[in-house]
Design a protein around this ligand. Structure first.
Ligand SMILES: *Cc1c(COP(=O)(O)O)cnc(C)c1O
Length: 399
């Protein structure tokens, strides 16, 4: 059977009809699935959180969209919450993570251009990065597989490894460099957390060189690591510009590019825009999501859940050394480094009615909703244990 859908996703043969908290109900019926994908870290509050449903239905009956030709009070309200909660002074609203990254790159280049430093255009990206699928974001990440067949690589992007400080420092000191773009915790690339020392050195080197520091917290932000933003684990490492999306709308497409007044000083009317970005419906839901996620008790729960889960996962890995070799990431952005193929593991987990995501370096990612209970987390580990057993039995049968 041919599909009318463009052939870009390798989808699991599974559709869902309903979600509630950490559980998803399949169209085939039967037992629900325990969801550690959470819409790729987007459904931070689980499925159909009552506060979000209330905000969506209330706003849905009032006003959805008006365009940015008019004031949108919800944008002011959400921007005030965001700027109160982090380094930033000013916010641009978009719809998707890749758009927030595009905005961040434009803000950085404009900053230098407006200061008469237009030769500063180079963006330094990192091996293993992921910033989305639009052209600049793809070129910033530099993943050859994602760029293949899409034309000449764009000028103005170079790539370094977080493990090669000398080469990175030289690139930062280059007078053509505009900004460094990095995920404080790499998500798609393999749940790799940058260290405090590295981010401190990076911040200091950027400041010394007059280079802007951009964090892509599209996946690591909005409570995912147990702080509102991952870099807030390390005071003093604040960026100049930050991209946020995924859990910002907690299931509705909402994204933001945040910046200091200084970093955004090159932007002026006409400099950027979006038809849908920050529309009243998106803002109503995102405000409700923010107010839940930013609660101290929610972030505290995320930290406690992470600790609980990581304790159990360390024991699980110790019990299955031929399957899991490492537990990594930060907070509830958890990576399990595997011996067997991660795609096979994801399919085997699905047989246990557990949904997990893949990632670079043959990891699987666990991205549970921040609202998951300890009992549900224990059930995740039990199902992972059963998955490891099934994988091991399959290997023994094959051998
Ligand atoms: C998902 C992701 C993006 C892209 O977000 P989209 O909404 O798919 O455009 C960018 N950066 C990071 C770190 C991400 O995880």
């Amino acid at each position: 059977m041919t599909s009318p859908l463009m052939n870009v996703y390798a989808r699991a043969p599974l559709a869902f009809v309903r979600g509630e908290g950490a559980w998803l109900y399949g169209s085939e019926g039967g037992e629900p699935y325990l969801d550690c994908v959470a819409g790729v870290a987007s459904n931070a509050l689980g499925h159909c959180h009552p506060a979000l449903v209330a905000a969506l239905t209330e706003q849905g009956n009032k006003l959805w969209h008006v365009s940015n030709m008019f004031e949108v009070p919800g944008q002011d309200a959400l921007a005030a919450r965001l700027t109160d909660a982090c380094f930033a002074d000013t916010v641009f609203f978009a719809n998707t993570g890749t758009e927030a990254v595009e905005c961040a790159i434009k803000v950085a280049r404009r900053y230098h251009a407006a200061r008469g430093d237009a030769q500063r255009q180079t963006i330094i990206g990192f091996h293993g990065a992921f910033h989305g699928r639009t052209y600049a974001a793809l070129n910033a990440a530099g993943n050859a597989a994602h760029l293949d067949g899409f034309g000449e690589p764009m000028a103005g992007f170079v790539h370094r490894s977080p493990d090669d400080w000398a080469a990175l420092a030289a690139a930062i000191a280059d007078p053509a460099t505009a900004a460094v773009l990095i995920e404080p915790v790499q998500g798609e690339g393999g749940a790799r957390a940058m260290t405090r020392g590295f981010l401190e050195s990076l911040r200091a080197a950027c400041t010394a060189a007059g280079v802007l520091l951009i964090y892509d917290e599209v996946q690591s932000g909005m409570g995912r690591t147990g702080q509102l933003f991952a870099h807030q684990w390390f005071p003093g490492t604040e960026p100049d510009i930050m991209a946020v999306a995924k859990a910002l709308g907690s299931g509705l497409p909402v994204a933001a590019c945040l910046a200091t007044t200084e970093a955004a000083s090159g932007m002026a009317p006409g400099g950027h825009g979006s038809t849908f970005g920050g529309n009243p419906l998106a803002m109503a839901v995102a405000i409700a999501a923010f107010d839940e996620i930013a609660k101290p008790e929610m972030l505290e729960h995320a930290r406690a859940l992470s600790e609980h889960l990581r304790g159990s996962l360390a024991a699980l890995a110790a019990g299955w050394p031929d399957v899991i070799t490492e537990v990594r990431g930060k907070g509830l952005l958890i990576g399990l480094k595997l011996v067997p193929n991660n795609r096979a593991f994801i399919a085997a987990a699905r047989d246990q009615r557990l949904l997990v995501a893949g990632g670079g370096e043959n990891i699987v990612r666990l991205l549970p909703p921040l609202t998951m209970s300890f009992a549900e987390a224990d059930e995740v580990v039990a199902r992972l244990d059963a998955t490891c057993a099934a994988m091991t039995a399959a290997v023994e049968v094959a051998a």
